[in-house]
Ligand binder design. Structure first.
Ligand SMILES: CC(C)(COP(=O)(O)OP(=O)(O)OC[C@H]1O[C@@H](n2cnc3c(N)ncnc32)[C@H](O)[C@@H]1OP(=O)(O)O)[C@@H](O)C(=O)NCCC(=O)NCCS
Length: 171
């Protein structure tokens, strides 16, 4: 298995992967496709195994008003046949070591038990607009003390439906 930046030729494979990892949901594939169509500054990596894209991770800008205040980790997915074999952990640990990721505040809306393994901590500030009471909102290197609602790229709202804490139903 090798980890590499997402290339244009592998984009369609990523959309298919997201549909299979989030069955019944078009949201994640639609979100990433809109990022690409709109040329958004997204950091993306994939795991390739026997020429197939078996995992994907993306980071997009987090905003305090018009200012970038960090990165949102979303979405992340592993192909169903390869889940629970360490692939997701390897991809996330790889991404967290990359230059453009390792010094920035990071935010993720997800299952706390999963993300705490990677040193994410529960986040009380800023406020996540997609989560009640920030119950599933975590961060890393975040020193926010002021009260504001963290911004997402507009594609998060214009894709099919608002995000829910990822993977919540399975844990
Ligand atoms: C969530 C996901 C990205 C994790 O990737 P993965 O390759 O399956 O995870 P790993 O094998 O690296 O798992 C690491 C640990 O987390 C646990 N874990 C992973 N996914 C889990 C799940 N859905 N429910 C419960 N535990 C899970 C594993 O049991 C493992 O624990 P262990 O080290 O004690 O054995 C992947 O399962 C997935 O794509 N799920 C569907 C889409 C999704 O929910 N994405 C959002 C990410 S929160």
């Amino acid at each position: 298995m090798k980890i590499q930046k997402l290339t244009e030729e592998n984009r369609a494979k990523v959309y298919a992967l997201l549909r299979s990892a989030f069955p019944g949901s078009e949201y994640e594939a639609g979100l990433v496709q809109k990022f690409h169509e709109n040329g958004k500054p997204v950091h993306e990596w994939v795991c390739i195994h026997t020429n197939k894209v078996i995992a994907y991770i993306a980071f997009s800008n987090a905003y305090d008003g018009n200012d970038v205040c960090g990165l949102h980790l979303a979405p992340m997915a592993v192909a169903p046949d390869f889940q629970k074999q360490g692939v997701g952990s390897e991809l996330l640990r790889f991404a967290l070591r990359q230059e453009m990721i390792k010094s920035q505040p990071l935010f993720v809306l997800g299952e706390p038990g999963y993300y705490k393994r990677f040193d994410f901590e529960p986040c009380s500030l800023p406020i996540c607009p997609f989560d009640k009471n920030n119950a599933h909102f975590l961060s890393m290197r975040n020193n926010t003390t002021t009260h504001f609602i963290v911004g997402y790229e507009p594609e998060f709202k214009t894709a099919a439906k608002p995000p829910s804490p990822q993977g919540k139903k399975r844990r």
